[in-house]
Design a protein around this ligand. Structure first.
Ligand code: PLP
Length: 405
């Protein structure tokens, strides 16, 4: 039989968060089971709403959204990003160097595609939000993972990063606040990474989509305030802080040594023009989002939903005989591991499948984030605290059955 084969370029591209487990969960839902979806950071499915003012801004401008926009995006949206960067102390950003995209996801692909030639290397954190690894591989590059160890609160060690640099290294990816670990990197760590990037003339891709989601005394430091002698690409969007995943709006703004990157930016402009423009109605919500009341602040402080649900996760882990976690300081996830030695042979993929089949909870195994170890899994703190308390009861029952059997 003749078969239609997919591109060989996809052979080493993996994105398991929406893979076999999620497909099995859909099947079970079709058969009438209620599945608790803790595998994806999608605020809308847990009752979070996009701020009303953003919806109104989009509706008001629907009529002006009928045509393609400039490939980089509408000017008010790009200018709003410039203003936000300026207000954070980032120097030298102009609307010319801001590109809007269909979510940060599309831009991750575009910024890498514009940069990489075959076998160019990109330093990517491990564990990592797997789209970065997938997009490097998809664009003919090689993702080289720098470890973020649990013992250091999942902060990377700049010395370990520098040791991985070769003549083929082109860029370094920083995800801060981090998905999946919830780490919020210190000023000192970011500063050291900035200096390494400058020394080796690497592009810094700083994925800051969770920039305002920090808890307790954690302080978010924008990478672009620290990078001057090389190109810094700051990426963010409406999906998380503004709870508007479905609007599909993200942006990248360039700062630092922009002059050395003129050819690269022209290449990115060309790629952007190949897809004409990004979703225009969504872009109209950006100015209102960034300039308006930042309601996310209410959710991350004590009494707020994200804060209290994160607390429910910490409580659940504290009560567990088997689990441990480094308390997330930012973002909307916890990267939970089994305690050393309590469950020999623990396998994250098997645990995730058993939990889905027997307890109807869907989570993301740690190996989906490119870890070599199989001891971790990621859940999101988007559900209500009482739902998470119930999830921990179900997990503990399953883990008890592993312990006896
Ligand atoms: N970057 C990180 C670190 C993420 O966690 C996500 C989504 O979960 C994205 C980028 C993609 O976001 P979007 O394409 O919705 O803007």
């Amino acid at each position: 039989m003749r078969t239609i084969r997919p591109s060989a370029g996809l052979a080493n591209v993996k994105y398991e968060i929406r893979g076999d487990l999620a497909r099995r969960a859909h099947e079970m839902e079709r058969r009438g089971y209620d599945i608790i979806p803790l595998n994806i950071g999608n605020p809308g499915v847990f009752g979070f709403r996009t701020p009303e003012t953003m919806r109104l801004a989009m509706i008001e401008n629907l009529k002006s959204s009928e045509a393609y926009s400039h490939q980089k995006g509408i000017f008010p949206a790009r200018e709003a990003v410039v203003m936000q960067q300026q207000s954070r102390g980032v120097r030298g950003v102009s609307a010319d160097e801001v590109f809007m995209g269909n979510g940060v996801s599309e831009l991750i692909d575009l910024v890498l595609r514009a940069l990489l030639s075959t076998d160019d290397e990109v330093l990517v954190p491990m564990p990592n939000y797997p789209l970065w690894t997938a997009a490097v591989n998809l664009n003919r590059g090689r993702a080289v993972h720098y470890p973020c160890h649990a013992e250091n609160g999942f902060e990377p060690d700049p010395k370990e990063i520098e040791a991985l640099i070769t003549s083929r290294t082109r860029a370094i990816v920083v995800i801060n606040p981090n998905n999946p670990t919830g780490a919020v990197y210190s000023h000192a760590t970011l500063e050291a990474i900035a200096r390494i990037a400058e020394r080796h003339h690497l592009v810094v891709f700083s994925d800051e989509i969770y920039d305002q989601i920090v808890y307790d005394d954690a302080k978010f430091v924008p990478m672009a305030t620290l990078v001057h002698g090389t190109l810094c690409a700051t990426m963010s969007g409406l999906s998380k802080v503004y709870r508007a995943c479905g609007y599909r709006v993200g942006w990248v703004s360039f700062s630092g040594d922009v002059d050395s990157a003129r050819e690269y930016l022209s290449a990115l402009d060309k790629l952007s023009s190949l897809r004409l423009c990004s979703n225009v109605p969504g872009q109209w919500a950006v100015q209102t989002a960034l300039g308006g009341y930042q309601s996310i602040q209410e959710l991350v402080r004590p009494g707020g939903r994200l804060y209290e649900s994160r607390q429910a996760i910490l409580d659940g882990v504290a009560k567990s005989k088997y689990l441990q976690v480094h308390a997330p300081r930012g973002a909307i996830y916890a990267f939970i591991g089994v305690k050393d030695g309590v469950l020999p042979g623990f396998d994250d993929q098997r645990f995730a499948m058993d939990l889905l089949e027997h307890k109807h909870v869907l989570l993301a195994p740690g190996t989906s984030f490119n870890t070599p170890y199989k001891t971790h899994f990621r859940i999101t703190n988007l559900p209500r605290p009482e739902v998470l308390a119930d999830v921990f009861r179900r997990m503990e029952e399953l883990l008890d059955s592993y312990a006896v059997g």
